[in-house]
Each structure stands twice: as structure tokens, then as C-alpha cells.
Design a protein around this ligand. Structure first.
Ligand code: AQP
Length: 327
């Protein structure tokens, strides 16, 4: 059965972007695949974060995973930091990706451009190495990502080719899978910027009360003109709302635009707000019930034990291949 691996970093409150780009797709992976879905808490340390928030965000993600419909009997759900093999494989793999390659990564350029060199941690620079370790430990076949992470999966593939070229067929070559609709949800305050949990302006948070979500959509930035058409260049705000609507209704943004022919902006926004609330309200209620029950704790412990067994085998294989003594 193909193995699927994905994760979310607990860097902030989860957004509608995380939901449409990741969470909403997760349960479908359970059919005919063996999914490994983790909380990327080590990745969350690559930028400064308050320890209390990191813990809270990690618990939230576990509960959101379960609320999305992931079944822990089918999907291995775990915390990255509970499986020490991630850090151990990272220590080996960092020797097989190069400075020039890492410097070219868009995520690194975006995040570090706002920082002074003295404040940029090595972890931020070497983020794709740890991500490669995450993917490769489980011999993953498919890595579902939003567009923004696609480049890192490509780099991971380069690493596999390089490593296997030197040591034989040790690592499995993974493939990224990017959704057609909803791949990139933009900020409601600035539709040229991705909706991001670490840059909360213009975000819809999955924990927002429904009246707040509704308000945020009604006051989303729109564009000149009055017609609802899909045109990301001329009408980025409207196009973003069409993308959101389309992702929920499983249609393309162009198909969504056809639904709203002849609508005024205000009526259109109300329809989008209704759809988002209809989608998020039951999801939020499931999340609250799961958090209250505390069941996520045992699920994370079991998941880590299951993940560790597989991860340890891969790590040992890699250690032997590169010449480390495994006694
Ligand atoms: N705006 C988005 N549209 C569609 N998908 C998105 N994802 C994130 N934002 C959007 C997808 O959510 C998953 C979790 O991503 P992550 O936490 O590992 O990192 P990220 O992609 O960098 O997400 P954020 O919210 O922007 O986090 P920060 O602000 O911490 O960098 C991924 O599948 C991602 O594609």
C-alpha cells in the first residue's frame, strides 16, 4: 500500500488555508494508503516561539487531525519530537544537501528576508533537510503539500538521487501531491500574500467564533468593478474568495464563478461566508469535543511507538550504508 506522509507545524493558530490545503484532504488518504500524519513541532522551533504557545498549538493540531476524520487505527498520528530518529537522520542527511541549494529555497528567502543575519537560526536555513528526514524515514511514496512546500519535496528527491547514487538503493524516491483547487489560499487583507498562521493579518482561524469568521469574510478586500469573475491578476480578492468557495464545494474557481454570475459583491461574499460557516462549524465542534475528552494523548503515544518502529529500521539502514558502526 502506498505510504503517505504529511504534517503541520505548530507555529500559530491554524487557518482556513491549513484546512483547505491540508486538513480537509487528509481523510481521503486513508482509502488504499497507509498515512503517517505528524505534528512538526521541531520545525516550529526554526523561528522564535513561546514554549507555552508551542505546547498549546501542538495539542490543537492533534485535535484538529482527529476532527478532520483521521482514524488513528488507520493513520499513524504522532509528534515529530517523540520519534528521535527524525533528529538522528537529519544529522546524517545534512551532509548531502548543499548551501547553494538551501539558499535558493523560496521559503527561506521569504522568512529570512525580514531578519538580520545574526538572528537567522541554522534550523531555518536547514529546514528542508529535516523535512527530507521526515519524509524518508517512512519510505513515503506520496507527500501531499500546498504549492509553497513543493520546492522542498523536489529538493528531497534530489537528495535521494544523490544519496542512492553513492550508496545504492537505500532511500525511497517520494512524490509531491498538490491539490488542484485550494492549493494557495490568500490573506483576506492582502490577496497577494498567502494566508499564513505566522502572519495573522487577514487570516480566518479555525478556532474563530462563527460570527467573527462571517465578519472577516464580509470585510475581505475586494477589487474594482462589480462583476464576480475569476481573474487572479485583475481581481485577486474576488478570485481568492472563489478559490475558497470552490475548494469547499470541490469545484474549480472558474466553476465557482459561474455559480455567481450576476451577483453583486455583497451578495457573493454572504454566500461565501455561509458556505465557510457551514463547513467550519461542525468541524470546530468536533475539535472542541475531542480536546475536552483528552483522548489525543494516548493516540499520540501509540502513534509515536508505531512510527518509531518503522523510522528506526530506515535509520539503521542509512547508518550502515554510510559506514557508521551499528552494534
Ligand atoms: N494559505 C494556504 N493555502 C493552502 N494551503 C496552505 N497551507 C498552509 N497555508 C496554506 C498548507 O497547510 C499545511 C501546513 O503547513 P505548515 O504548517 O507545515 O507550514 P506552512 O505551509 O508554512 O503553513 P503556514 O500556515 O504558512 O505556516 P507558517 O506561517 O508557520 O509558515 C501544508 O500542507 C501547507 O501547504
Amino acid at each position: 500500500m502506498p505510504r503517505i506522509l504529511s504534517g503541520i507545524k505548530p507555529t500559530g493558530q491554524l487557518t482556513l488555508g491549513n484546512y483547505l490545503g491540508a486538513l480537509r484532504r487528509f481523510p481521503s488518504f486513508q482509502e488504499g494508503n497507509e498515512p503517517f500524519i505528524f505534528i512538526a513541532d521541531l520545525h516550529a522551533l526554526t523561528l522564535p516561539i513561546d514554549p507555552k504557545l508551542l505546547r498549546e498549538n501542538s495539542i490543537d493540531i492533534a485535535c484538529f487531525y482527529l476532527a478532520s476524520g483521521l482514524d488513528p487505527k488507520v493513520t499513524t498520528i504522532f509528534l515529530q519530537s517523540s520519534v528521535s530518529e527524525h533528529a538522528e537522520l537529519n544529522a546524517i542527511l545534512q551532509n548531502y544537501l548543499y548551501m547553494g541549494e538551501l539558499k535558493r529555497m523560496t521559503q527561506f528567502k521569504d522568512k529570512s528576508s525580514k531578519m538580520k543575519d545574526e538572528a537567522i537560526g541554522m534550523g531555518l536555513f536547514a529546514y528542508p533537510v529535516l523535512m527530507a528526514a521526515d519524509i524518508l524515514l517512512y519510505n513515503s511514496d506520496i507527500v501531499p503539500v500546498g504549492e509553497d512546500q513543493n520546492q522542498h519535496v523536489e529538493l528531497c528527491r534530489d537528495l535521494v538521487r544523490r544519496f542512492n547514487g553513492r550508496y545504492g538503493e537505500i532511500l525511497k524516491l517520494p512524490k509531491a501531491s498538490v491539490p488542484e483547487t485550494g492549493a494557495r489560499i490568500m490573506s483576506l487583507a492582502d490577496p497577494h500574500k498567502k494566508m499564513s498562521k505566522s502572519d495573522p493579518k487577514g487570516d480566518i482561524f479555525l478556532k474563530d467564533p462563527m460570527n467573527v469568521t462571517r465578519k472577516k469574510i464580509m470585510s475581505a478586500i475586494t477589487d474594482c468593478g462589480s462583476e464576480v469573475t475569476y481573474d487572479p491578476v485583475e481581481k485577486p480578492g474576488i478570485s481568492n474568495l472563489l478559490t475558497i468557495y470552490g475548494a469547499i464545494c470541490e469545484m474549480t474557481p472558474q466553476e465557482a464563478a459561474n455559480v455567481f454570475k450576476g451577483y453583486r459583491y455583497g451578495e457573493f461574499k454572504k454566500a461565501v461566508a455561509d458556505k465557510v460557516v457551514e463547513e467550519l462549524e461542525p468541524f470546530q465542534n468536533r475539535y472542541l469535543a475531542i480536546k475536552e475528552s483528552g483522548e489525543y494523548k494516548d493516540i499520540l503515544r501509540d502513534g509515536a511507538a508505531r512510527a518509531k518502529k518503522i523510522a528506526h529500521k530506515t535509520l539503521t539502514k542509512v547508518q550502515k550504508a554510510v559506514g557508521l558502526l551499528v552494534l
